[in-house]
Write a protein that binds this ligand. Structure first.
Ligand SMILES: Cc1cc2nc3c(=O)[nH]c(=O)nc-3n(C[C@H](O)[C@H](O)[C@H](O)COP(=O)(O)OP(=O)(O)OC[C@H]3O[C@@H](n4cnc5c(N)ncnc54)[C@H](O)[C@@H]3O)c2cc1C
Length: 411
């Protein structure tokens, strides 16, 4: 692993320092963090570099140059990220640079479509932040999420996909019936078709310590990460719905005991899942009216989960090898509210999943992966009915690109 070439000098209370650190983290750019309130030498250095002023964040780069209180746009420029498109019009715009978006880009560009991919943070999406992906075909020993993402990006660039980073699409605008993507700076990106591949974010408990142990004992996908805990004594599952119960059952393949922490006083999963979980001999233990109070660890790894009984207020702690959180996912589709048909949770409806009513309103029969707005497609985790895996996101990206090819051909 190479030493970070960038040092961020700041203080823990400084919001601009947090923003700069978050930006670097999202772009997977390693950096050193120095809290100047804990380090008088570093504080002096900041004062010297700023002509006697104590301004933070002060960010020092490998060549000795520095940026003081930079905006995200200034940071992006300094890091040579491409943030401005070459062309004013593309055949296809893809919003989101996760596995679905990158795969669609590879397919479309390889067939000659001028393709622009726009990503707000790190290329690779959720896959990019995953330590190890064990179930993506073709990698018998598994592959790091960052490496898999880097390979997809390299392949997309080989086919001349234009990639913009640090650009968030805030809304769509309609011009003469065609959608165009608009970023926060009100720049309009025009194209023949748009693919929404903006993924979803796992809901978090927001209990203290949660952010510290994500990927180090706290997980959101049992299929992906359960096998790492083969032989564990106890695993905790947070949630009481279908995912929590079904994934909890799956986790009994690895751990001796799985304890479900449920906020309410009953499970809300399907009857069949509940029957399996509560059957005699089941290794699932359910704790109702239980809210997670804190996640605690040792040696940078989760060690125990503190909980509070929501009725009695009593607190207790349980040692656990891992905690899996299944309290739902939020699709990254808020910027499309009112533009396309979605399910009640905000996942985008496409193709067959559009109800007859939506088809009647839209006045046309959408192609596979096409939304209720003609020429606007959706693939991957943001799509209603998707199964939230890298392999399926990749498959959907490929299939959507082929559907888009047909759409563009007929126009
Ligand atoms: C911790 C973790 C571990 C996982 N482990 C595995 C595993 O082992 N195996 C497996 O198969 N799956 C795993 N998954 C699930 C898998 O990563 C996802 O199913 C997959 O990444 C979905 O791909 P996607 O392209 O649809 O969306 P995402 O990966 O979510 O990518 C969407 C991208 O769109 C960008 N975006 C969102 N909104 C905007 C906007 N308005 N403008 C511009 N860009 C935007 C986001 O920044 C993101 O980069 C894991 C997920 C997590 C979180």
């Amino acid at each position: 692993m190479t030493e970070p070439q960038i040092t961020v000098y700041g203080a823990y209370w400084c919001p601009d320092c947090r923003r700069a650190k978050q930006f670097l983290g999202e772009q997977f750019i390693p950096y050193n963090w120095v809290d100047i309130e804990q380090d008088p030498v570093a504080e002096q250095l900041v004062i010297e570099k700023n002509n006697g002023k104590r301004i933070i964040p002060t960010i020092v780069f490998a060549d000795g140059s520095l940026l003081v209180e930079p905006s995200n746009a200034e940071l992006a420029r300094k890091l040579n990220l491409t943030t401005v498109a070459r062309m004013s019009y593309d055949d296809l715009i893809i919003i989101g640079g996760g596995p679905a978006g990158l795969t669609a880009a590879i397919y479309a560009a390889r067939e000659g479509a001028q393709t622009l991919l726009i990503e707000r943070s790190g290329l690779g999406g959720q896959a990019g932040i995953t330590v190890g992906i064990d179930n993506f075909p073709g990698f018998p020993q598994g592959i790091g999420g960052l490496e898999l993402s880097a390979r997809m990006v390299e392949q997309a660039r080989r086919f001349n996909v234009e990639i913009l980073q640090a650009q968030e699409i805030g809304h769509l605008a309609l011009h003469d019936g065609y959608a165009c993507a608009v970023n926060a700076a009100e720049q309009h990106y025009h194209s023949g078709a748009i693919l929404i591949a903006t993924g979803a974010s796992y809901r978090r408990t927001e209990a203290s310590g949660e952010a510290d142990y994500i990927g180090a004992g706290i997980h959101f996908c049992a299929t992906c990460d359960g096998p790492f805990y083969k032989g564990a004594k106890e695993i905790v599952v947070v949630g009481g719905g279908n995912s929590a119960v079904e994934e909890g059952l799956h986790l009994t393949n690895f751990a001796d005991k799985v304890t479900l922490f449920v906020r309410g006083d009953q499970l809300t999963a399907s009857q069949i899942a509940i029957e399996k979980a509560t059957a005699p001999g089941s290794r699932i233990n359910v704790s109702f009216n239980t809210a997670v109070a804190a996640f605690e660890g040792e040696n940078a790894k989760l060690k125990r989960v503190k909980v509070r009984n929501r009725v009695t207020g009593a607190t207790s702690a349980i040692d656990a090898a891992a905690a899996f959180i299944f309290i739902g996912q939020t699709p990254n589709s808020a910027f499309l509210q009112g533009d396309v048909a979605m399910d009640e949770q905000g996942f985008i409806l496409t193709g067959h999943d559009l109800s007859h009513a939506a088809i009647a309103t839209a006045g046309y029969r959408p192609a596979p992966f096409e939304t209720s707005l003609p020429g606007l497609f959706a693939a991957g985790d943001v799509r209603h009915g998707s199964v939230k895996q890298v392999a399926s996101a990749v498959g959907e990206g490929a299939a959507a690109a082929i559907a888009i090819r047909e759409f563009l051909r007929k126009r």
